[in-house]
Ligand binder design. Structure first.
Ligand SMILES: Cc1cc2nc3c(=O)[nH]c(=O)nc-3n(C[C@H](O)[C@H](O)[C@H](O)COP(=O)(O)OP(=O)(O)OC[C@H]3O[C@@H](n4cnc5c(N)ncnc54)[C@H](O)[C@@H]3O)c2cc1C
Length: 509
């Protein structure tokens, strides 16, 4: 394969696209505009169209799917954002089945991932990620793998969770995940187990994350079961057996593509390169000002609007009709850079670190917070690259508390060439295989800015306030990860519930 060291920024706009194929419902049927063509907007559009409503989807960038995106590296079509879905709920499998994709569902390699700790904490540096509970919080701090990661003192402190009274934390309105873990199980669990896992999933430090947003029901379970470990054990026991995530052969991008094709076939008008700028009430319906890529604006009207953008954009749009929402505008989520390397190194066929590595912040000389060995994780991908060629994805950047932010550089903001060099060095250190630029046959940098919603302390209260305000306005709904929680499972389930209620209301008009 040719040597390529390209870099690009994600979400690049292609020229606008509109689709008017399929059977368009008659003029007198209710109409809806969906703002945002990410997965939540596409699902909302599908369910509204199936309820007989005329739907238009507006997407600001040149392509649909949002965080479920695609890119091509060294001639291989890869996911540029989400690459799996949680199987704890049936929401995504059901949608996949409706789209005729069930046969493409695949399980990741059960080898699992590794944990890279600072040498002072774990002399060997890396160990298999202990089979823990949720978000790295152990259900059993006496498990030998957990004791190894925590050290004897850390494990003894974690065990105190069993006897500490359940009190003050439960009464607090908003509390961070970090504070819950630290107060119940101590600093070692927080830093060595929870911080690497949470950094990989939410690109944020546990100290800034609202526990009720990222682990809904955890505080109630602590109160019920008397300790954090018991709460985690109970939540795990209630989850389906087997792998916690699954993927699609060919990549999760297929989900967005199948949804888009389905919408086209249903006569939904898909307008890419079209940004909604303003929403206003108009008679009994809505007027939406839109701008195309050239900045030309025009007005659309509809009986209903579903706002399916990121949080800050949604609040800006809805504040025209609901001025009180401005007070609940979330901050944009963390900036994240994903560096994908395609490397020709047969030693990696042995999968030295399973499906990848989660990295403790204290590890010296490594700036990545996580590495996914994609060809080890997904057999379909290994089959398509063939032996000796490997896809590695390293992620950079996370939301930190103000104190930590002052001490850690913003890695996600570094120049592409700098990140590519760092990624080669980090992959060498994490995989224990010395890689050089000559081994890299293709590379890409994709930046996701504000795409992972902020779930900062107080977020769950903000979400409740936004939902209460939106519920007061007829013909308005808001969906998406900033309200439902990060991840395809949460977004799919919530979008479908809310869209069904809107469709019923529109059918009654
Ligand atoms: C790098 C990365 C990896 C991830 N990995 C996973 C994973 O493996 N598994 C998992 O379950 N989840 C994963 N997630 C999370 C998951 O992808 C998201 O929670 C989910 O896709 C969010 O969907 P959404 O529709 O709410 O938002 P988005 O995907 O952000 O879509 C919102 C859309 O609205 C558009 N928009 C914004 N403003 C306007 C406007 N004014 N007018 C018109 N359009 C507008 C945007 O361009 C965007 O396309 C990942 C996320 C990221 C960023």
């Amino acid at each position: 394969m040719p040597h390529r060291f390209a870099a690009k920024t994600g979400r690049a706009a292609r020229p606008g696209r509109s689709t008017e194929s399929g059977a368009v419902p008659p003029e007198n049927t209710p109409s809806a505009v969906v703002v945002g063509g990410g997965i939540s907007g596409l699902i909302a559009a599908r369910d509204l169209a199936r309820a007989g409503i005329r739907v238009t989807v507006l997407e600001a960038t040149g392509s649909f799917g949002g965080c479920v995106g695609r890119h091509e590296v060294a001639g291989i079509r890869l996911d540029s954002g989400a690459e799996s879905f949680a199987t704890k709920s049936t929401a995504v499998p059901e949608l996949i089945s409706e789209l005729g994709l069930s046969g493409a569902v695949v399980q990741p390699n059960p080898a699992g991932s590794w944990l890279q700790l600072a040498a002072a904490d774990l002399p060997a540096g890396a160990q298999r990620m202990p089979a823990s509970g949720i978000l790295g919080i152990p259900a059993d701090p006496r498990d030998p793998d957990i004791v190894r990661a925590l050290g004897r003192v850390g494990a003894a402190r974690a065990a105190l969770d069993k006897v500490l009274p359940v009190g003050a934390l439960q009464r607090r309105e908003s509390v961070s995940l970090g504070e819950v873990v630290r107060s119940r199980m101590g600093e070692a669990v927080l830093r060595r187990l929870v911080t690497p896992v949470v950094g990989g999933v939410y690109s944020a430090d546990p100290n800034v994350l609202d526990v009720d947003s990222v682990a809904p029901g955890l505080r109630a379970a602590i109160a019920k079961h008397g300790s954090l470990a018991a709460a985690v054990g109970a939540i795990r026991a209630a989850a389906p057996a087997g792998s916690a995530v699954a993927g699609l052969e060919g990549g999760m991008g297929r989900l967005a593509e199948a949804l888009t094709a389905d919408l086209e076939a249903s006569g939904v008008l898909l307008l890419a390169g079209t940004r909604a700028e303003k929403l206003s009430r108009h008679n009994d319906g809505w007027q939406i000002r839109v701008a195309d890529g050239d900045g030309d604006t025009r007005e659309l009207s509809a009986d209903a609007v579903v706002v399916a953008t990121d949080g800050p954009a949604a609040v800006d749009l809805m504040s025209g009709a609901l001025p009180e929402l401005s007070a609940y505008k979330p901050s944009p989520g963390p900036g994240v850079a994903l560096v994908t390397l395609v490397v020709d190194r047969p030693e990696l066929d042995a999968m030295p670190r399973g499906t990848g590595v989660l990295v403790d912040r204290e590890v010296e000389g490594v700036d990545a917070k996580a590495l996914t060995h994609a060809t080890a994780k997904w057999q379909w991908l290994a089959d398509s690259t063939g032996p000796g060629t490997h896809v590695l994805r390293l992620s950079y950047g996370r939301a930190l508390s103000p104190d930590d932010a002052a001490s850690e550089p913003a890695h996600a903001e570094r120049a592409d060439e700098d990140l590519l060099r760092q990624a080669v060095a980090d992959a060498s250190a994490l995989l224990q295989v010395s890689l050089s630029a000559e081994d890299v046959v293709g590379a890409d940098v994709v930046r996701w800015v504000g795409a992972l919603p902020s779930a900062a302390v107080g977020h769950s209260d903000r979400v409740a306030a936004v939902r209460a305000a939106v519920a007061e306005v007829s013909g308005l709904e808001a969906v998406g990860a900033w309200l439902a929680g990060t991840g395809l499972a949460a977004v799919t389930a919530d979008t479908r519930t809310r869209t069904a209620a809107l469709a019923r209301a529109l059918q009654q008009v």
